[in-house]
Design a binder for this molecule. Structure first.
Ligand SMILES: C[S@@+](CC[C@H](N)C(=O)[O-])C[C@H]1O[C@@H](n2cnc3c(N)ncnc32)[C@H](O)[C@@H]1O
Length: 213
């Protein structure tokens, strides 16, 4: 399975983390459609990760796609510090910048990135704020930018596995929506949908929507 190379690459990069974080970091590539997501990134892209966590996905983008300009925002200071430390150690020559933000107001610099990803973040945003959140992303990126929304499909009964996962790892109950609702919202906001894929990996029903402003 293609994901094993990602697992191997990340497995020695979580040594200083807590036990739970090590589990999350090391095994995430096995339950996450990494190949699909990376297939939408090219070496010349400028990559922006909203809700970048501790920067592991961004590091995969840097290492496997050779992307040199990478940024991310997060609402948790500690995770931003992890991401900056991860890059300082493993990708010091890349042009990288990870910063904390308030979860609502995106930095102006986002306009300088042509690939903007939102991986498993939308279901952490309160339901009544999700449309506004996606609208703010649209408003904060440039014309022609490709936006990738990857999340868990609420139309699948397996969504309950993700809810259990979030309860264990984040002490939160996810607010997943269906892939169909997500597409409708994105279209209403003004995005053009370029591609939609669904993939169940282990017990996780993923959807990935590629769209363009
Ligand atoms: C399941 S983790 C995914 C992390 C990373 N995107 C990945 O795929 O590995 C969800 C992340 O979303 C972050 N988050 C929650 N609400 C957010 C918001 N409004 N804006 C940005 N990040 C947010 C959390 O702090 C957490 O790091």
């Amino acid at each position: 399975m293609g994901s094993n190379k990602y697992l191997t690459y990340l497995s020695d990069k979580a040594k200083d983390e807590s036990f739970i974080n090590r589990l999350k970091i090391k095994f995430r590539p096995l339950i996450f459609p990494v190949d699909t997501l990376l297939s939408h990134i090219d070496e010349t892209d400028h990559f922006f990760d909203i809700g970048c966590g501790s920067g592991q996905f961004a590091l995969l983008v840097q290492h496997f796609k050779k992307v040199q300009k990478i940024s991310g925002v997060e609402i948790k200071q500690e995770l931003v510090e992890n991401a900056n430390a991860l890059f300082a150690k493993h990708a010091p020559k890349a042009e990288y910048h990870f910063s904390v933000y308030d979860g609502v107001h995106f930095p102006d610099s986002m306009k300088n990135y042509n690939k903007v990803f939102l991986n498993d973040v939308l279901h952490h945003v309160p339901k009544d704020q999700q449309i506004h959140f996606l609208q703010k992303i649209y408003d904060s990126i440039s014309e022609g930018t490709v936006f990738v929304l990857k999340d868990i499909d609420a139309a699948s009964i397996l969504v309950y596995c993700n809810k259990l996962h979030d309860l264990v790892f984040s002490q939160e109950i996810g607010r997943e929506i269906t892939c169909e609702s997500a597409q409708r919202i994105l279209k209403d906001i003004g995005f053009s949908i370029l591609d939609v894929s669904k993939q169940t990996i282990a017990v996780y029903p993923h959807y990935t929507i590629i769209c363009k402003k």
